[in-house]
Structures are given as C-alpha cells and as structure tokens.
Design a protein around this ligand. Structure first.
Ligand code: SAM
Length: 272
C-alpha cells in the first residue's frame, strides 16, 4: 500500500514509467515494491498539487496532453492506478509480469486485477525475489524492465540479501532495463541515487531525471525542499529524449503552482 499515492512523487514516477513502457514495451515487467492496484482518488492538499492538478492542467502542454500517463488516468475517473496497474494498462497481454509486495492487502488487490494475464504476484521481499528471478533467467535481460520503488533504499532484509540500490546496480550491470525511483529532503542529496548506482555499476548507461519540489506540496506539515527522481539504466536515446521533454513540460505546467514564501517556491526539473 502506497500511503503517498497520487502526490507529486507518484506523478513524476508514473509519468515517466508509462511513457517508457509505451515507447519501448518490454516482454517482461518486474516490480520489487508494487503497492496496490488502485487507490480512491479523493481530494486532499498533496493530491491537489499532484495527480488532480495534473489531470486538470496537462491538456495545456502538448507533450503532456498526449502522454501515456494522462491517457490511462482519463480511463478511470475517481480512481488512481498504482504502478502495477499502470503497467498492465500500457502493456496489456503483450507482457508477462512479476509483482512483489509484502503487504497482504496490496498483493490481494494485484491478484484481483490480474485474472486473465500472465501475472505472478509474490508476497515476499521484492529485492531478494527479483534477484532470484534474474539469477535463474534464461532469456535476454534487455527484454525485462525492472521497476524498483522502495521506501528504504538501503534496507537489507537479510544478511546475505542486497539493498534496493545494490539490486539496481547489479541488474543494470547484467543488462536488465532499470527504472529506479528515489526521494530526498535536502538539496545536497539531489540525484543521490544516480551517483550511488553509477559507482556500483561503472560504465553502465544511466539517465536521471529529478524534480525539486516545495515540501509543503507533498507534506503539508513541512517547509523547505522535498524532491525525487528516476534513474534509468540501459535505456534507449528515444526514451531519454521523451523523459526530458516530459520533465520540462511538467516544470512549465507547474510554474503557476507557487508558494512564494517557501524555498523553493515551485517545482523545477533537472537532468542529473
Ligand atoms: C512506495 S509503495 C509502492 C508504490 C508503487 N510502486 C507505485 O508506484 O504505485 C511501497 C510498497 O512497498 C511494499 N514493501 C515494503 N517493503 C517491501 C519489501 N521488502 N518487499 C516488497 N514490498 C515491500 C509496501 O507494502 C508498499 O506497498
């Protein structure tokens, strides 16, 4: 269960995820921390700066108006899709899926939406499960997109298991396509996941798109900065170009969502 569903962190993650999947559909989609299939999209302040604002403003920017994320959102008014359902909606029957989540309610909801698809829902630690899947895979890793979206990027669930960041680097080195989401709450940490993954996987092609956000847009009780980003590994130039275009478009559409007394006052996008 994703407590932060439909906030700006989800908007940035899901905007890029849906586009990458549409542009370059993988044969296999694996997710370590899948969350629930759907969430009720009722109003609160973070969602009014997040998915609800995106829904009402995206049409004003041509690149956002035709993006895959908006198209999926529009098919399910009043409901917010988790990343797993978003992937299903974009890829459909053309892919197989492995979804991991240790929360019984989340894994139940994933099984319910997956009845006529090639889906395995595994209610166990996603990092060790996906590491195992990769270890025994006999197919081309470039046909698999692995989405790693942890709350705790450095958590080691067992002494002999990897952390989510280590998993990202290890699979990137083997040639799997990686979609890694990270968050932070200090400007100095902007892009931290890119540097950590890059130091563990030197020479692997990485791209990192980062959004710096007024913290109150995501956590109304805080002030100052909050930010998040997506690190892609083994992506195509077309994916990178599309993600950058979407980042700039999100920055433009957010320009008048301002909090003058906060530093930063508005969302800014950067490629790290
Ligand atoms: C941020 S949410 C996932 C959101 C989802 N990826 C999305 O974008 O809609 C994190 C999820 O990770 C699950 N989780 C936490 N620790 C886990 C672990 N070790 N293995 C698998 N799932 C885990 C939680 O139950 C929660 O549903």
């Amino acid at each position: 269960m994703n407590r932060h569903f439909a906030k700006l962190g989800d908007v940035w993650k899901h905007l890029l995820l849906a586009e990458v999947l549409r542009l370059n559909p993988p044969l296999r989609y694996w997710e370590t921390h899948a969350g629930s299939a759907t969430y009720p999209l009722n109003e609160n302040s973070p969602r009014l700066h997040g998915a609800l604002r995106f829904l009402s403003h995206a049409h004003t920017e041509s690149q956002l108006a035709r993006c895959a994320y908006l198209q999926v959102l529009r098919t399910m008014p009043g409901t917010y899709p988790g990343s797993s359902l978003l992937a299903i909606r974009v890829l459909g029957k053309n892919a197989s899926y492995v979804f991991c989540d240790i929360d019984p309610d989340s894994s139940r909801s994933l099984r319910e939406v997956a009845t006529d698809l090639d889906v395995r829902v595994i209610a166990q630690d996603g990092v060790s499960t996906i590491a195992r899947e990769a270890e025994f895979a006999t197919f081309d890793p470039s046909g698999v997109l692995v989405h790693i979206d942890p709350f705790e990027p450095h958590e080691r669930m067992a002494p002999d298991s990897m952390t989510p960041v280590e998993l990202a680097a290890s699979l990137a080195r083997k040639g799997f396509r990686i979609f890694y989401w990270y968050g932070y709450d200090e400007v100095a940490k902007r892009g931290w996941a890119r540097s950590e993954i890059s130091s563990l996987a030197p020479g692997v092609d990485l791209w990192c798109g980062d959004v710096l956000i007024p913290a109150p847009f995501v956590y109304p009780e805080r002030s100052g900065v909050w930010g998040c980003g997506v690190v892609l590994a083994n992506m195509t130039p077309e994916e990178v170009a599309a993600c950058s275009i979407l980042g700039h478009a999100l920055e433009r559409v957010s320009a008048d969502d301002m909090l003058k007394e906060n530093d930063p006052p508005r969302l800014t996008f950067g490629v790290i």
